[in-house]
Design a protein around this ligand. Structure first.
Ligand code: FAD
Ligand code: NAI
Length: 466
């Protein structure tokens, strides 16, 4: 009997989609080419990177902060192999969790590369070469993304690494050169800096973290510089050559000119990710892609071929796990005849450095460009009681509200635990809140979240603790 749904890929997009479809009574199969479920996010992305960020932050705190709080342990000693085991155990627990959920929801799983042979037909080829044909009323492509490469710079995952190799280095590199001051470069650059590397970040643009509110990024860059990261902005790496044990990167001004050489032990290439459609047979099936290789879908996640849908990193939009998850749920509900929907105006974005950056909605630059009149409410963590006792006073909360209606248009937090705090702003925006609504909501004391309330009060110039 054919399946109601075959999902290609078991990342956050695919596994959320499969589970929601099963909850709605569909007979579901998932095809995954890798040995473990969970995709980029659980295996080589969100989860292992956050494990290393968490562990390296504790290591850094033990070295710098503990003594100020009266905890004397002596100089902390790094056991990198044990830290990597800690990270691997976290990954293992998560990927096994997905396998458990598939069983619990009676989802059938197939290990192998899935290829769309025709609408409604998927051919699965296992590592040994054996293949089988599966049939379904609907197919959802959730095959995710892969590392973007730079011409002439070969990634060997040992000395010239992508994020995947940077999550498994056996030794702390003395000198790490990071290409790209995006999310991966700054998160993994922070990890290795804390563990002892000298880190230089080369960025093509004249700023870090393109897309994130500029005021936040300017302050954040100064904080990272204080932590020991060095930035070479408006620059590009045009080649990496090995000279014995040293790698020599040629770094030139972005708009041309003489190159200089920067020596490194490890080079991390983190210049973005590209949609992954290898082996899927999309051209033969007639599924259309855009010039960036992303599968084109309509507002119901349907491709141009009837019965074939796509979600997650393989389609347009931010390459974020929670965006893929929400699209997975939405498409399953649409297939079940419900009104699945994703609100792309309210997708939070978090950079898990220290301090964290978290934002949702529009940046000041975007509002200016759109000609929207807005008010700004800002509140620094130096004025928040809990931040003071925790010695976590770096950063601020900024709320942007429509000047006419007071509706919240964007919230930007630079500070400890910003990632957890942004969820409140997302809920408020989803409900169409005004800054006044946040300002009048009772927030628990003493918490960092009071800074969100104070920033909302500051929109109408009536913050209390400032
Ligand atoms: P993926 O997770 O990439 O899953 C796709 C799956 O499809 C893979 O398992 C793949 O093996 C499988 N597949 C591909 N082709 C086939 C085929 N033909 N047949 C069968 N199976 C196939 N996002 C966040 O929101 N927060 C973070 O903190 C975060 N940290 C990240 C850190 C790093 C280092 C990286 C690289 C990414 C991070 N991301 C983060 C991004 C996040 O991982 C992705 O947005 C998310 O995984 C996308 O989910 P997806 O389901 O679309 O694809
Ligand atoms: P990115 O798009 O975030 O950043 C890439 C950076 O490289 C940009 O600043 C870009 O200007 C720069 N760049 C591009 N070409 C360059 C060149 N030739 N020389 C120098 N700089 C160059 O991509 P990144 O960091 O690789 O991450 C990929 C994606 O993974 C992210 O966009 C995000 O969607 C996801 N991710 C999300 C995380 C999170 O949510 N916390 C963490 C890690 C990844």
């Amino acid at each position: 009997m054919p399946y109601d749904l075959i999902v290609l890929g078991s990342g956050p997009g695919g596994y959320f989609c499969a589970i929601r479809a099963a909850q709605l009574g569909m007979k579901v199969a998932v095809v995954e080419k890798d040995k473990t479920f969970g995709g980029t996010c659980l295996n080589v992305g969100c989860i292992p990177s956050k494990a290393l960020l968490h562990a390296s932050e504790r290591y850094d705190e033990a070295g710098h902060l503990f003594e100020r709080m009266g905890i004397r342990l002596g100089k902390p000693k790094l056991d990198l192999a044990a830290m990597m085991k800690f990270k691997d155990a976290g990954v293992d627990g998560n990927v096994k969790g997905v396998a458990f959920l598939f069983k619990k929801n009676k989802i059938e799983t197939f290990e192998g590369v899935g290829r769309i042979a025709a609408a409604g037909v998927v051919e699965v080829t296992a590592a040994g070469g054996n293949s089988e044909r599966l049939e379904a009323k609907a197919i959802v492509i959730a095959t995710g993304s892969d590392v973007a490469r730079l011409p002439g710079i070969e990634i060997d995952e040992k000395r010239v690494v992508s994020s995947t190799g940077a999550l498994t280095l056996a030794k702390v590199p003395e000198r790490l050169l990071v290409i790209g001051a995006g999310v991966i470069g700054l998160e993994l650059g922070s990890v290795w800096r804390r563990l002892g590397s000298e880190v230089v970040v080369v960025e093509f643009l004249d700023r870090i973290l393109p897309g994130i509110d500029n005021e936040v990024c300017r302050q954040f860059r100064r904080m990272l510089e204080k932590q020991g990261l060095t930035f070479k902005l408006s620059s590009k790496v045009i080649g990496v050559a090995a000279a014995g044990k040293t790698l020599q990167a040629s770094v030139a001004p972005a708009n041309g000119g003489a190159a200089q050489t920067i020596d490194a032990d490890v080079v991390l290439v983190s210049v973005g990710r590209v949609p992954y459609t290898g082996g899927l047979g999309l051209d033969e099936a007639g599924v259309k892609k855009d010039p960036k290789g992303r599968v084109i879908v309509d507002e119901h996640f349907a491709t141009n071929v009837s019965g074939i849908y796509a979600i997650g990193d393989v389609i347009a939009g931010p390459m974020l796990a929670h965006k893929a998850e929400d699209e997975g749920v939405a498409v399953a509900e649409i297939l079940a005849g419900q009104a699945g929907h994703v609100n792309y105006d309210v997708i939070p974005n978090v950079v898990y450095t220290h301090p964290e950056i978290a934002s949702v909605g529009k940046s000041e630059e975007e509002l200016k460009q759109a000609g929207v009149d807005y008010n700004v409410g800002k509140f620094p963590f130096t004025a928040n009681g809990r931040a003071k006792v925790n010695l976590e006073t770096e950063g601020f909360v900024k709320i942007l509200a429509d000047a006419r209606t007071d509706r919240v248009l964007g919230v930007h937090i630079l500070g400890a635990d910003a990632g957890n705090m942004i969820a409140e702003a997302a809920v408020a925006m989803e409900f169409g809140a005004a800054a006044e609504d946040i300002a009048r909501t009772c927030h628990p004391h003493p918490t960092l979240s009071e800074a969100v309330k104070e920033a909302a009060l500051a929109v109408s110039k009536r913050a209390i603790n400032m």
